[in-house]
Write a protein of this length. Sequence first.
Length: 577
Amino acid sequence: MKEKTQYVNFIKNSTQPLSDNERIKKTSNFLRGTITKDLNNNLTGGFNSDNSQLIKFHGMYQQDDRDVRIERTQQKLEPLINIMLRCRLPGGVIRPRQWLAIDDFSNKYTLYETIRLTTRQTFQLHGLLKPNLKKIHNLLHTIELDSIATAGDVNRNVVCTANPTESEYHYQVWEIAKSISKHLLPKSHAYAEIWLDGKKTESTESEPILSATYLPRKFKIAIAIPPINDVDVHANDLSFIAIKNNINKKIIGFNVLVGGGLAMTYGDVTTYPCKAREFGYINTQDILKITEAIVTVQRDWGDRSDRKHAKTKYTLIKVGVQTFKAEVERRAGIKFAPIHSYKFTHRGDCFGWIEDIKHDWHLTLFIENGRITNNNPNKLLKNGIRAIAKVHSGCFRLTTNQNLIISGVSPNNKYIIDNILKKYGISNHDSTPQRKASMACVALPTCPLAMAEAERFLPQFITKVENIMSKYKLEKNAIILRVTGCPNSCARAMLSEIGLTGRSIGRYNLYLGGDNIGTRIPRLYRENITEQDILNILDTTIGRWAKERRNNESYGDYVVRIGIVKPVINSEEDFYE
Ligand code: SRM
Ligand code: SF4
């Protein structure tokens, strides 16, 4: 305990130089910087380096098309700078009229003309040009959406279980997701001022929860409704696991988990993916107080010198669960009760039509890599969803697996939706269970951090994995398989049974042995290998799994049981063993 107290004192009195992002935030005048000046500068398509950090807090990333980067450099042209915008959509619910407006905008004003559903239940528009930025923010505003705090050192989009099998509870967790999102939003008027031509306010603002320098790093919150762990609780700084009263169908409270996170830096063993720790149980009415206390402890104790160690997972490991938890209880004035028992049994989406207790219908559609596009002439996905949005009176729910639920369809309208899907060639049946259990991050060409392909690599790679599955008569089975273009794990490869993380173009690290409910981190099996090497390994291990597995044993559990990889139990101690 002495050591932990010393760490907290060290943070208070730290003389380590702060990271440059701290300077940018501090001098930004509550996230304004000189964004407006850059916005009006027609000589460049981008923002200066400080402002390009600040626009993240307003939900935007400066990018360039990496496919044409070299060519443009040779032509002595500035890179094709453009902006990616990420919307704030707590719980992933979007109305058809909102969808139509976004769809229109993406057709008229984005370079790629796509809508990209993300692993955190929202959508991104890639390829916006600076002159169109105010247009998109004004549009979002008129349809009651915004992109505030979907990036930067703040609380990000709050995710919750969207699965229609849990419809009785969905509304309750969605309401909570919205209230947490609102509670933790920056209070600064900068967004309205810059993007919506809002009235200029004197700089007497304050950020009572986030502070004038905001959080040390991004912060993520999820709400899960067991038995489904679709939100991947262990990827989040703070997770709430709903405890249900099955008689009155009310959620009575939540188990609280803190300190999950998946990223690492290659070659730096002080960084690693981490599971969240159980803090205890709280009643539903205490959720905002507990959230605020956890966020402010991380705000005050998180590392502001070294961004690689700034996330809650490292703060928690440094001070220990007991010290962190005691401080949360002190600040919230609430004591955690012992954890209520809960069990996760799966986390994939439930594809196809499902009827809820009110006799409304919900259709979960598989969207490969979350990319809504018309690129395939035989499957005009974007046009098809647009056509549905025109007649649909319910809503759409985005899932954390990059899929789309057409939600709240009356029995009479079901056939209308089915006919539209048929007309546009959209079907769940053209994808195998293996394809539906696989996911990739965006990576190239837009992500500046990508070391290898992910979204553009996955479809063909899965075809090869499907061949292996059918060779061993496993067509009805699926392995959770995820690919990311770098070790940041945006498609949560570090919670998959087979995880690939990009090393360089065409080469990946292969991780094996996560479980299929998202409660075990996989272990590095082979480093920096080619697609063919990976397929050879999968052929052998999947073949053995087909023959030797016990009952319904998953691939991840099998490779751990027979010792192909040792399980990761406590990543800060054994991830690099
Ligand atoms: Fe992510 C950065 C895309 C979910 C961990 N992520 C990025 C950036 C913005 C690259 C950048 O910083 O310039 C990527 C933009 C690519 C592009 O062109 O669109 C990017 N992340 C994504 C999305 C779109 C992946 C997807 O295919 O759906 C997801 C958007 C989520 C959202 O809607 O808010 C996305 N990112 C995640 C997740 C998964 C999750 O949250 O469930 C993780 C791992 C969980 C975690 O945070 O530990 C994740 N992204 C990162 C990191 C590593 C952070 C760290 O702990 O060190 C970075 C890099 C960073 O922040 O410095 C990053
Ligand atoms: Fe980019 Fe890496 Fe995230 Fe993929 S995992 S989107 S490559 S930051």
